[in-house]
Design a binder for this molecule. Structure first.
Ligand code: HEM
Length: 117
């Protein structure tokens, strides 16, 4: 994935909500981009039924829960929308069917994370 992809994703996500933007105050976004790459790999592996991905995604559930990062469930809708918009921006030829596959793949991971909120 190109470097610009992650910049565009975070721009899109931050612009989508003031409270989401606040969550990233003081966060090193360069580092965060690498973490997002890992996070996305877990989501893809989760969809392939990987046991390791289950435990990685469950850990994200714990770190993003109310007691820790406190990422409220509605924020994941913004996260998913921003990611899908960025995918479309960078792959203008992507069709509705592949986009729907991404949507479903991401939603599965999100459901698992939000369960632990
Ligand atoms: C399914 C969606 C998401 C994935 C895959 C994901 C992935 C990750 C990963 C891998 C980390 C680093 C490891 C950790 O702290 O557990 C992280 C940290 C973090 N995430 Fe997420 N995240 C998601 C959704 C969100 C959303 C919606 C927000 C909204 C603001 C958010 C905000 C943060 C913050 C603030 C950190 C901590 C950064 C730091 O202090 O260094 N994440 N995320």
């Amino acid at each position: 994935m190109s470097e610009g992809f992650f910049d565009d994703f975070y721009d899109e996500l931050m612009a989508s909500s003031e409270s989401i933007k606040k969550k990233f105050v003081g966060v090193d976004l360069e580092n965060q981009k690498a973490l997002l790459k890992n996070g996305l790999s877990y989501m893809i592996m989760l969809n392939k039924g990987s046991q390791m991905a289950n435990s990685k995604v469950d850990k994200l559930g714990v770190s993003h829960s109310k007691e820790k990062l406190d990422i409220e469930p509605w924020m994941y809708d913004h996260w998913k929308k921003s990611l899908l918009a960025t995918i479309q921006k960078h792959d203008t030829k992507i069709g509705p069917s592949l986009l729907k596959d991404w949507d479903e793949l991401l939603q599965k991971g999100i459901d698992r994370i939000v369960e632990k909120y």
